[in-house]
Design a protein around this ligand. Structure first.
Ligand code: AMP
Length: 477
């Protein structure tokens, strides 16, 4: 097995990755780094979670280390284009980490924030500029940045940039960079538009392919819940209360849906934050930060905002709505089981979403395990007709909305009988396992909940109790 020290990376870069605890390169790093250090162009077909960011950042930083010098005002020596603000921020963070042993300036240029700060940073000249295409183009048009001195350019998640309509902007940007440059293109899929982008702008590129998008990370345990009627919200709350739910991302198809889920969960005593395109940049940063730090153990996201979310220890991904593009399913579930870890992906399939499930199964080439809800669960899980904590408290031993009872769904053919009287004490999460009387927020709802079976898995402050502390990546083997 190749070691990082054998790849030809510069000393400060090696020091930084050793400090990060990386011991061995991932397959894409092993294949891409030597080629990139030779100065060749490269097409990388890889999904996130494979270590592709380090695969391009490490050799590009080595290039800077070998040829230090202050960048000229209003120029960027290395340009990295990414589809979303989140991914751009993530990449910039990786550049800072891997470049921690070097004198390096890194700037992010993305939409959704005032341009003044970006203009000032660009005026000083930057070593590494990470940008989304639209805002970069704005700065090029006002003369805040010139790409005439750019030595290397990376197009990251090119297929997603295409989906977001950035191809014309990318072409304009590429034309502004001198042809004597190194060009890298990474994409999870290779539709013909991306292939032709590569043909037009890359010079005899090497091609590296690691696990394609149709093969979700092997360590993800996947299952689907066949959900009838409007049972989804309750099932979600039920699953998110499980003990092994350390940190979960819940996907909804719409921004409005994401906000609705956050409100519903809050009503259930589960603290979640939403991240989607209608949120301001600051709100998005804050939500992601709270999720990373574990202050918000649940993040509710739409597809666009979820790109580039790379958070340690996401134990579960829950698809509240099935994505209508099967590739999105693979991207979504790829938020868990990152860097060699395992994870669980659960999807709720409503009657009208069975077609989406079939498309996904066709793409990934296998059937996903079904979890059939027990007959009465469909009833028990239905939403109360009127909103509010005290409506419909007739089920269970002493009120509540049926939460805190024994598990109500079958998994892998094993039926767990729901304890309708609530005396069993289990709380009916994904893996079951009861916890006696959780005190939640001290309100009378929590009392009602304990009466109904004592399954509270919450803590004061309305936050979901987290059983484990934040974990950091262990090296990929
Ligand atoms: P990416 O595919 O670039 O989104 O990377 C996925 C995750 O893997 C990131 O959190 C990296 O910090 C981590 N990672 C990348 N390379 C390695 C490595 N060689 N050893 C351990 N972790 C790594």
């Amino acid at each position: 097995m190749t070691q990082f020290t054998e790849l030809g990376l510069a000393e400060p870069v090696l020091k930084a990755i050793a400090a990060e605890g990386y011991t061995k390169p991932t397959p894409i790093q092993e294949q891409a780094i030597p080629t990139l250090l030779e100065g060749r162009d490269l097409v990388g077909i890889a999904q996130t979670g494979t270590g592709k960011t380090a695969a391009f950042v490490l050799p590009l930083l080595s290039r800077l280390a070998a040829n230090p010098g202050r960048p000229v005002s209003k120029t960027a020596r290395i340009l990295i284009l990414a589809p979303t603000r989140e991914l751009a921020a993530q990449i910039a963070e990786s550049v800072r980490v891997y470049g921690s042993q070097m004198k390096l300036t890194t700037t992010i240029v993305v939409g959704g924030v005032k341009p003044g700060g970006q203009v000032r940073a660009l005026a000083r000249g930057v070593d590494v500029l990470v940008a989304t295409p639209g805002r970069l183009l704005d700065h090029m048009e006002t003369g805040a940045v010139k790409l005439s001195g750019t030595e290397a350019v990376v197009l990251d998640e090119a297929d997603q940039m295409m989906d977001m309509g950035f191809l014309p902007a990318i072409r304009k940007v590429m034309k502004a960079i001198p042809t004597r440059r190194q060009t890298l293109l990474f994409s999870a899929t290779m539709p013909k538009e991306i292939r032709s982008l590569a043909n037009d702008f890359l010079n005899d590129p090497a091609e590296v392919t690691v696990a394609t998008v149709s093969k979700p990370a092997e360590k993800i345990d996947q299952a689907v819940y066949m959900v009838k009627g409007d049972a989804k919200p309750r099932l979600l709350a039920e699953l998110l209360s499980a003990d092994d739910m350390d940190r979960a991302i819940v996907f909804t198809r719409t921004k409005h849906g994401a906000d609705k889920v956050v409100r519903y969960l809050a009503n259930e005593g589960l603290y979640a934050e939403a991240i989607h395109g209608n949120k301001s940049q600051n709100q998005r940063i804050r939500a992601l930060d709270n999720f990373k730090k574990g202050k918000a153990p649940i993040l509710v996201a739409t597809d666009i905002a979820a790109r580039g979310i790379d958070v340690d220890g996401v134990s579960h991904v829950v698809n509240m709505d099935m994505p209508n593009l099967p590739e999105s399913y693979v991207h979504r579930i790829g938020r868990t089981a990152r860097a060699g870890k395992s994870g669980i992906a659960l999807s709720f399939v409503g009657n009208d979403e069975r077609g989406y499930l079939r498309d996904i199964e066709k793409l990934i080439g296998r059937k996903i395990d079904r979890i059939e809800l027990a007959e009465d669960m469909a009833l028990d899980l239905s939403l109360p007709e009127e909103p509010g904590p005290h409506t419909k408290q007739s089920r269970g031993g002493g009120g509540g909305r049926g939460r805190g009872q024994g598990g109500g769904h079958r998994q892998g053919g094993q039926s767990q009988n729901r304890n309708r009287s609530g005396g069993g004490g289990g709380k009916g999460g994904y893996k079951g396992g009861g916890k006696p009387g959780g005190s939640r927020d001290g309100g009378d709802r929590s009392a009602a909940r304990s009466e109904s079976g004592g399954g509270g898995s919450r803590q004061g402050g309305g936050q979901k109790r987290r059983s484990k502390s934040t974990k950091s990546w262990s090296p990929v083997s």
